[in-house]
Design a binder for this molecule. Structure first.
Ligand code: XIL
Length: 569
């Protein structure tokens, strides 16, 4: 019976997947347990082969959104349509004061896009007398719903742009919104040719209440996925499995086709982070993770788990005592944090076992993420884990992970910047120390977020250093920004940089090939350029293009650099 249940779950998952693929993309599926009531699949749903040109999930910052007028924006933990956080818009003194996002470089003029923004009035905020009545709004999805009953005002989606020296406001769609349910503002929109400085904003028609915004997507129709080019995983079959980070936007339509055609492993981009899985103590939300992992199982993809212990994407409650004070270093506080860590890991492992049994696709984990700081004597970043548990927190995390996941799960210490000499040295010292102490660290994950200014020789030195240490190595989050430094922000995507990037990927692969067997897997951090986190972090960079496929899901020189450098001129 234990075997039968996972098998049934898988069969059901595969069936759902087939139905979804046949039906074409729908709006993001409702998050079970969340209040929302409007239908999402309608005649104006996104075209069948869509690519996501922008998404804001507010899981780790405001994703480039700004306050408009007197309004301010900040992330808000706890009130999310999906994941752990949304965007809170407060301090509004006029109805038009809302949230604004620069769409420069995001929309292609003359091409139809579908804009979708989920909104809600922040619970507990008063709506001023006489504010909108939620009456006969031109709703994106008119129909009976709980949202209508509780609605207190209308929210509106507007594109502001310059045309012929004039500022133009395209009021696209408005709908009644209350505090009780998330409501989707959804519309098709084509930016007229010749427009400049397009900006998207969410405003109201009356209320000055605080607003919540979440799950913003801008999609457009994608050309067919190329079927006449080699699959990446085949081209690199003699080297290592190739993977990519994925979010739920990648699981249907053209992106899913691209994903399953080229990759053999995936890393859930955000769905397995502590803030996604356990936003409140003891309340686990596995829906997003399940979506990604079900897809992996249905398509035979291995999954790299990311991540268990990190200073980011970890809810504050982890580090707070029941009375609200910050945990300190008393034995009781230390015991509490350790118990929480263990409970988290056990719950995650338990869920995977229950849902997938022997078919659990998660075979490797980033147990501790971004722990290294070369500026510190012991090489360890001072974070909240360290503040309570001291340097030992790293060993505790690995011991717990080994005990809970067993000997067959590969456990990584994952970090960025390991190609830099100081960080490389610090990481190697920490790993050597852990191994000497018998801590079950199996490998080092190199995130490898680099740019054209980082010499490949530095990366090779890093691979050689850890090869000497005898630990496994995985390239976990590779992207090669076409900028020459972390600070360079481009105002277009120059073709010559894309060519140079093709050569960079070629050189990188050649470097790995000089160390056969040293790299166990290579994953890029995103399926195609428009999905790259670098477009929004640490600042908006709409022309950054660090990945292997472009915004139309077509192979770039970067892809050919890995697959067939003869195709680079
Ligand atoms: C990023 C995701 O790509 C974003 O979607 C999210 O908003 C923030 O986190 N190093 C890591 C990853 O270990 O978890 C980060 O992922 C990128 C940097």
């Amino acid at each position: 019976m234990r075997r039968l249940i996972p098998a049934l779950v898988l069969a059901a998952g595969a069936l759902v997947l087939v139905v979804v693929l046949l039906a074409g993309p729908l709006s993001p599926s409702p998050d079970p347990g969340r209040t929302e009531s409007r239908p999402t699949a309608t005649a104006d749903a996104a075209p069948a082969r869509v690519s996501t040109v922008l998404s804001s999930e507010f899981e780790d910052g405001t994703d480039g959104w700004e306050g408009l007028g007197s309004a301010e924006v900040a992330t808000r933990e706890g009130d999310a349509r999906s994941g752990a956080s949304s965007l809170l818009v407060s301090g509004r003194s006029e109805a038009w004061n809302g949230a604004l996002l620069d769409l420069e470089g995001v929309l292609t003029a003359g091409t139809e896009h579908v804009l979708s923004v989920w909104v809600r009035l922040a619970p507990g905020t008063a709506t001023p007398e006489g504010a909108g009545d939620g009456g006969d709004a031109e709703s994106a999805h008119a129909g009976e719903s709980a949202a209508d009953e509780g609605a207190t005002d209308e929210l509106q989606l507007t594109v502001r742009r310059d045309a012929d020296g004039e500022r133009v406001h395209d009021h696209l769609v408005s709908t009644p919104v209350g505090t009780d349910a998330w409501v989707e503002l959804r519309t098709a929109y084509t930016l007229p040719e010749g427009s400049q400085h397009p900006e998207l904003y969410v405003e109201s028609t009356g209320t000055l209440a605080d607003l919540l915004v979440d799950d913003v997507t801008v999609t457009k129709e994608a050309p067919p996925v190329q079927t006449d080019i080699p699959a990446l995983r085949d081209a690199l079959a003699g080297d290592f499995p190739v993977g990519t980070a994925v979010g739920r936007q990648d699981l249907d339509g053209a992106p899913a086709e691209l994903l399953t055609r080229h990759f053999s492993t995936i890393t859930p981009e955000n769905a397995l982070k502590p803030s996604s899985l356990q936003p409140h103590e003891g309340e686990f939300t596995f829906e997003q993770a399940d979506q990604v992992l079900d897809f992996a199982v249905a398509h035979g993809l291995a999954v790299h788990g990311h991540t268990l212990v990190w200073h980011r994407s970890t809810p504050d409650w982890f580090f707070e005592a029941p009375d609200g004070r910050q945990l300190g270093q008393s034995p009781e506080d230390q015991a509490l944090l350790l118990a929480r860590l263990e409970a988290h890991v056990r719950a995650v492992a338990g869920h995977l076992q229950e849902r997938y049994g022997d078919a659990n696709p998660v075979r490797t984990w980033d147990v501790v993420n971004e722990a290294i700081d070369p500026e510190e004597d012991d090489g360890l970043r001072r974070n909240q884990w360290y503040a309570v548990l001291g340097p030992e927190y790293v060993a505790h995390a690995f011991r717990i992970a080994r005990e809970v996941f067993g000997p067959d799960t590969v456990l990584y210490l994952n970090d960025y910047g390991t190609e830099g000499a100081a960080k490389r040295r610090a990481a190697a010292d920490v790993v050597r120390r852990l191994l000497d102490e018998g801590v079950p660290v199996d490998g080092v994950g190199h995130q490898m977020h680099v740019n054209l200014g980082v010499p490949v020789s530095r990366i090779e030195d890093t691979i050689a250093t850890f090869e000497d240490l005898g630990v496994r190595q995985a390239v976990t989050e590779l992207d090669v920004a076409i900028a020459r430094s972390p600070d360079e922000v481009l105002d277009r995507t120059p073709p010559e940089r894309l060519d140079e990037q093709g050569l960079y990927y070629q050189d990188l692969l050649a470097a790995f090939r000089r160390h056969p067997g040293a790299v166990s897997s290579l994953s890029v951090w995103g399926l195609y350029d428009a999905r790259s986190w670098l477009r929004a972090w640490p600042t908006e960079r709409p022309y950054e293009a660090p990945l292997l496929f472009d915004g139309d899901l077509q192979a770039k020189p970067a892809y050919w650099g890995l697959v067939d450098p003869a195709r680079l001129d």
